[in-house]
Design a protein around this ligand. Structure first.
Ligand SMILES: Nc1nc2c(ncn2[C@@H]2O[C@H](COP(=O)(O)OP(=O)(O)OP(=O)(O)O)[C@@H](O)[C@H]2O)c(=O)[nH]1
Ligand SMILES: [Mg+2]
Length: 283
């Protein structure tokens, strides 16, 4: 199975981002804490130049707490950027992002003032893959539902400015997907977290891959949640039967079950799950 990408759209989105970045002092790079490696946008250095960046590992409320700490340390060492764990759902510690952004943007404002210009608010843009929670973070920071959010890829269609406070303005941007995904495994993981549109992949195939992966990493979570015996890797059919999802007497409804399993994972119901480990640090 190949996930369909639209190179024309991607090229356009990247061109836009390159233009928009000229307007800002700081960039917030948002990752999904359940797949930090796969949700890291490959081409960002090229697109953003040397703008100061803050990395947000979002959805940390539904990812594995041990993995969160490991990934935070790894990404800080690898990128030299400050990494903050966020949850736009719980809102815990999220306001520290404002302080950090102001700190990172301050030198730019000081430069303006030194040239005799009036100080202005620091401008930051929020970038990342679709559905990682960019718009939700902005809403949490202003404490109102100012920008549109939703549980599927491609909710934000165009850039939008939001004033957080007199010192900080944030630009929400549409999610971007890299032109080339190195592996099918990565494409599947992005599908698992809803970073690609449902029309572009086979739900059953993605759900089956998710089941194998989660069974390998967190067997207890999966088997307990669906009340399965799990002597071997559970199949989607077994889950469907356990949940009484049937098309006709005794015949499992794999289609509905695939949606159920993926939704349960996306909403964090199965447990706090991270699907990838930090690679060893290269010297
Ligand atoms: N559990 C959890 N869910 C979150 C978090 N942040 C966002 N979500 C959910 O993730 C979904 C996507 O959120 P959005 O804010 O629309 O994501 P986005 O990155 O702006 O997506 P696009 O605009 O499509 O690129 C929504 O259903 C949110 O409720 C979080 O920290 N934890
Ligand atoms: Mg959005």
């Amino acid at each position: 199975m190949a996930i369909n990408w639209y190179p024309g759209h991607i090229a356009k989105a990247e061109r836009k981002l390159k233009e928009q970045v000229k307007l800002v002092d700081v960039v917030f790079e948002v990752l999904d804490a359940r797949i930090p490696a796969s949700s890291l946008y490959d081409n960002l250095d090229k697109l953003l130049g040397n703008k100061p960046r803050l990395m947000l590992l979002n959805k940390s409320d539904v990812s594995d707490p041990d993995s969160n700490s490991k990934w935070m340390k790894y990404l800080e060492e690898k990128t030299g950027q400050k990494v903050i764990m966020t949850s736009a759902t719980s809102g815990k510690d999220i306001s520290s992002v404002i302080k950090d952004a102001i700190e990172l943007g301050r030198p730019e404002i000081e430069k303006l003032v030194a040239k005799g210009r009036l100080p202005r608010p620091i401008r930051a843009m929020v970038v990342g893959m679709p559905n990682v929670g960019k718009s939700s973070i902005i809403n949490k920071l202003i404490k109102t539902a100012k920008v549109k959010v939703g549980a599927k890829a491609g909710i934000t269609r165009a850039a939008q400015w939001v004033r957080i406070n007199p010192k900080l303005e944030l630009m929400d941007t549409p999610g971007i997907i890299p032109m080339k995904l190195d592996t099918q495994e990565r494409a599947f993981k992005l599908a698992m977290v809803n970073s690609v549109g449902e029309a572009s992949y086979d739900k059953i195939e993605v759900a089956n891959t998710f089941i194998s992966l989660v069974y390998e990493r967190y067997p207890q979570f999966f088997c307990d949640y669906y009340r399965l015996k799990c002597e071997t890797i559970p199949t989607i059919e077994e889950v469907a039967i356990a949940r009484n999802l049937l098309v006709t007497a005794g015949k499992p409804d794999v289609d509905r079950c695939a949606s159920l399993v993926l939704t349960d994972f996306r909403q964090g119901r199965i447990g706090r799950i991270t699907l990838e480990d930090t690679p060893p640090i290269e010297n």
